[in-house]
Design a binder for this molecule. Structure first.
Ligand SMILES: Cc1cc2nc3c(=O)[nH]c(=O)nc-3n(C[C@H](O)[C@H](O)[C@H](O)COP(=O)(O)O)c2cc1C
Length: 348
């Protein structure tokens, strides 16, 4: 198989994804709060992928500026990721629609029916996350135009199931809409194998944090480059009475202090010094603003260094276009190696 033939095969495998996204390659840059802003998003889209702005806690005004600034840097399509529990979700959707944003991702929980209708009536394509097959089917019935399944290998807020298992649970059965897979993907061979299982495309976050165009602080990039897969661990919950939302991040002094903080809060609750609600809030507030501290201020000891297990595959700062070209090359090399192995076996 020639390289051109391999490329044609790869393009056929992810055609559903590229057609849906309007991109050259079906590689989405997963929205990452503070990281996925105009520079990285436009760089991913300009390199043929599909960048997604992370709205995070931005106000409608800030999102308005960010979309306009991203537009100024790329003529290619990009999406916007909105967190469903944002208090101004409706206004944020309005901002996206006013800009004619083609794809809106509703993340961070089951999207409310009103938000789904608003996105659809406004003419944007709706992408939702599903943690399981049954919910995926429900989201498609409610109007989702595409789904993302994200395994627990991913960086940031995670569910309990790995992508290896989630992909087997969902991909063979949910074929009505394109399904993108996320979590732990760092090389082209892995992309190829998920496409062959039926994925329409992939979403990568961690792999893009150290892109040259990423505004992440140099100290955060250094921490990423040094880390191995086993340094990216989910937050640990100390007491079953006080739930902690699992977030995968590089362990640092902050993660250690979080354990001590939980222990102290539980002690004060047991001593009657705090109500249950106060104790839960005290635990939740520990990480408030921590991702910004790490990404923007470079506080790698106390901030939250959200990262997926694929952080072990991040070995240097690289231009976004080079990262995408490398992923495509690895997928093509795998296809070519396989066909030459098959030819050798046939000749034997
Ligand atoms: C630093 C960081 C911040 C993230 N922030 C968000 C977010 O704001 N919204 C969201 O839907 N996903 C968020 N994610 C998840 C990514 O969009 C993506 O799905 C995930 O990184 C894919 O797994 P990977 O990191 O193994 O590639 C974040 C991930 C990281 C590493």
């Amino acid at each position: 198989m020639t390289r051109a033939e391999a490329r044609a095969r790869l393009d056929a495998l992810w055609r559903r994804g590229t057609a849906f996204l309007g991109s050259e390659v079906a590689i989405m840059g997963g929205a990452m709060s503070w990281v996925s802003e105009r520079n990285l998003v436009s760089a991913i889209s300009n390199a043929g992928g599909f960048g997604v702005i992370a709205c995070g806690s931005m106000t409608p005004r800030q999102l308005d500026d960010e979309i306009a600034a991203t537009r100024a840097l790329t003529a290619k399509p990009f999406g916007v990721n909105l967190i469903t529990m944002h208090p101004e979700l409706d206004e944020l959707i309005g901002v996206c629609l006013a800009h004619g944003v083609s794809h809106i991702v509703l993340a961070g929980g089951l999207p409310p029916g009103g938000a789904i209708r608003r996105v659809k009536d406004g003419g944007a394509k709706l992408i939702c996350f599903t943690p399981a097959l049954s919910l995926g089917r429900k989201l498609v019935r409610s109007g989702a135009d595409a789904l993302v399944i994200e395994g627990s290998e991913a960086g940031g807020h995670i569910g309990p199931v790995s992508l290896t298992v989630l992909a087997q649970e969902v991909l063979p059965h949910l074929t009505e809409v394109p399904v993108f897979v996320a979590g732990g993907i760092g090389r082209g061979e892995a992309i190829l194998s998920f496409l062959e299982m039926g994925a329409a495309g992939v979403q990568l976050g961690t792999r893009f944090v150290c892109a040259t165009e990423s505004i992440a602080h140099p100290r955060l990039k250094q921490a990423y480059i040094r880390a191995s897969a086993r340094d990216a661990l989910p937050t640990v919950q100390l007491d079953p009475r006080f739930p902690v939302i699992p977030v995968r991040a590089l362990v640092n002094q902050g993660t250690e202090r979080f354990m001590a903080h939980q222990a102290e809060v539980v002690r004060r609750y047991n001593a009657g010094e705090l109500t249950r609600e106060e104790a839960q809030l005290a635990i939740e507030h520990f990480w408030a603003g921590a991702l910004r501290r790490a990404v923007i201020e470079g506080d790698v000891e106390n901030g939250s260094l959200m990262a997926g297990q694929s952080v072990g595959l991040v070995t240097r700062e690289q231009p976004t276009a080079e990262i995408i070209a490398e992923l495509v090359d690895q997928a093509l090399a795998a296809l070519m190696a396989r066909s030459s192995a098959a030819a050798t076996a046939a000749a034997d």
